[in-house]
Design a protein around this ligand. Structure first.
Ligand code: X90
Length: 281
């Protein structure tokens, strides 16, 4: 039976399509003084990164507005919507207002909005699990409850070579960001329990940073579940991380892909984002 439940997400999830279920993605935007990049399937992410490296002016981002979320909901009877952390973006807020409007305009329809408290590949894990629940035929209430519980068993770690865009846009303390600007230093951190950036280490060199990521995954409760790695022009580091994971945990399920526009803007050239499952599942 075709499900009535639609899965909707913002483009911070680096996931422009999700096959097998009704799905839509609401785009964030990357904005410079002369140009606006819409983070959708038409965006040339590498081209944007190149232009931004040459660009010296101010740049910022914008989350989907209420209208964008309403468009993404479409005419679905039931919607489960996942957003980037509400502590760094207005996306969750806009989605909550859209939910109210939608349910008022269409009595009987239901929207559930989940604040991922994260970004990038942790959202990918949540989306894939949502698809499993929907395809298994769970009711709307069951899907909402189950995904809330699942999201407590996912985590996000990152390795960043630069935190300039995060600092310039007030998403991280400039003093903390400074370390990652230094030659050879990689900032390793995690999405905190309240959905902010939390620094764990300043590693000298890529290899030490990768060791730190694997150690911290284990410390946080990773024991062989699914891993999703998105990278910003750094497939080599992503592959090396996978090799280290295989060496320590066996042939665990790892998928590697290029980050979309929003995550590429903030994680910057060389950045890696690692979503993983942790604890009892
Ligand atoms: O509303 C907007 O304009 C979007 C703002 C997004 C700000 C942060 C994006 C972070 C992307 C960087 C490293 C991982 C951070 C995890 C934090 C919970 C990725």
């Amino acid at each position: 039976m075709e499900s009535n439940i639609k899965i909707v997400v913002d483009s911070s999830a680096d996931t422009l399509e999700l096959t097998g279920v009704p799905f839509a993605c609401a785009s964030l935007k990357i904005i410079t003084e002369g140009k606006e990049y819409v983070d959708d399937a038409r965006l040339d992410v590498d081209g944007m990164a190149q232009e931004l490296r040459e660009y010296k002016g101010r740049s910022s981002t914008a989350c989907p507005g209420v209208g964008d979320w309403l468009t993404a909901f479409g005419d679905a009877e039931q919607v489960v919507c996942v957003t980037i952390t509400s502590n760094l973006s207005g996306s969750y807020n806009a989605a909550c207002i859209a939910k109210q409007d939608y349910e008022e305009q269409h009595p009987g329809r239901q929207v559930y909005v989940l604040d991922s408290l994260s970004a990038g590949p942790e959202l990918r894990l949540i989306l894939e699990k949502l698809r499993e629940y929907v395809q298994a035929g769970l009711s709307f209430e069951e899907v909402c409850q189950s995904i809330q519980a699942y999201a407590k068993h996912t985590g996000l770690l990152f390795m960043l070579e630069s935190m300039k865009n995060l600092a310039n846009n007030g998403r991280v303390n400039p003093l903390i960001a400074k370390a990652a600007g230094l030659l050879g230093i990689r900032a390793v951190g995690k999405a905190s329990d309240v959905g902010t950036l939390e620094m764990l280490e300043k590693s000298r060199g890529r290899d030490r940073a990768l060791v730190a990521i694997v150690e911290n995954m284990r410390r946080l409760g990773y024991s062989g579940g699914r891993v999703r790695i998105s990278h910003c022009g750094n497939e080599q580091a992503a592959n090396m991380l996978r090799t280290r994971l295989f060496a320590q945990f066996g042939q665990v399920p790892v998928e590697i892909y290029h980050a979309g526009g929003l995550c590429s803007f903030y994680a910057e050239q060389g950045g890696l984002l690692v979503g993983f499952e942790k604890g009892m599942l």
